[in-house]
Design a protein around this ligand. Structure first.
Ligand code: ZN
Length: 265
């Protein structure tokens, strides 16, 4: 108790010499000196949200559970799952305000998401620098469309047995670190054009390999800065394919979370 009292008075006195500070004992000094360090080293938080419509035989813990499991090895991060059916659609209390990055997967229930929540997400990204990562069919999610300000349509949507090659287009980009070109054996083919603003980076290009032997380009990983926040869109993530359990895909998500996190000002 005495140490705490001493520390609080110590921290408010700018006139103390370093010798005086140290003379009060290592424990007391450590308490004082650790304050800014703790502030810098607090756990950052990523919230992984989904709407609960993925087939349980492919994603037993839904999409957000699979993505969250892939983020567990991130050092210095707390990983939180949030669901459309949770109270306040997954954002009760200060969960949104405490999120450094929000990952979003939706498909059938975009229209259920309340506009007031979309307003809050927009403010968190644009004004406060929260990162936002949209996955696959979330190109039509309300928050993503709000942040892009465009229709966010793809040219076509086909589940026809196409594979897709993910091609590292920007190898120097942080999201590409540790990633080499790889192929997803089956995917839903989202054909160009993609009605979004011009991205600041195309981290992953893509080439769909269609069952008829022809191929078609389609970008797979795109970045923007929106206000103070960073936004990443990842094209794969169709709910009937287990791509979100793959090591390479999980590495991309870990990289994207680190990239999208607010920068120290
Ligand atoms: Zn899909």
């Amino acid at each position: 108790m005495n140490r705490n009292r001493r520390c609080s008075s110590l921290s408010g006195d700018q006139g103390l010499s370093r010798r005086q500070l140290l003379s009060w004992g290592a424990a007391a000094a450590a308490t004082v000196l650790s304050r800014p360090v703790l502030a810098q080293n607090r756990l950052r938080r990523v919230v992984v949200w989904s709407e609960g419509t993925a087939p349980a035989d492919v994603y037993p813990k839904d999409i957000n559970g699979a993505i969250a499991d892939g983020l567990k090895s991130l050092s210095g991060w707390e990983v939180v799952v949030a669901n459309l059916n949770d109270p306040d659609q997954g954002f009760s209390g200060s969960r949104l305000e405490q999120a450094d990055v929000l990952i979003w997967w939706g498909h059938k229930k975009h229209g259920d998401v309340k506009d007031a929540l979309v307003d809050r997400i927009e403010r968190r990204v644009k004004e406060q620098g929260m990162g936002f990562i949209a996955v696959h069919s979330s190109h039509f999610a309300k928050p993503y469309k709000r942040l892009m300000g465009t229709a966010c349509t793809w040219g076509a949507y086909k589940v026809d047995g196409s594979a897709v090659q993910l091609i590292v287009k920007d190898p120097a980009h942080p999201i590409a670190q540790g990633i080499r070109n790889f192929t997803l054996p089956k995917t839903e083919r989202y054909a160009e054009p993609f009605a979004t603003p011009t991205p600041e980076a195309v981290v992953f290009d893509g080439l769909y390999l269609k069952p008829d032997g022809t191929s078609e380009p389609g970008r797979q990983g795109l970045c923007w800065t929106v206000g103070k926040g960073r936004v990443f869109y990842f094209t794969p993530g169709h709910e009937t394919y287990p791509d979100l359990f793959r090591d390479d895909v999980r590495r991309i998500f870990r990289n994207a979370v680190e990239w999208a996190a607010p920068r120290a000002s």
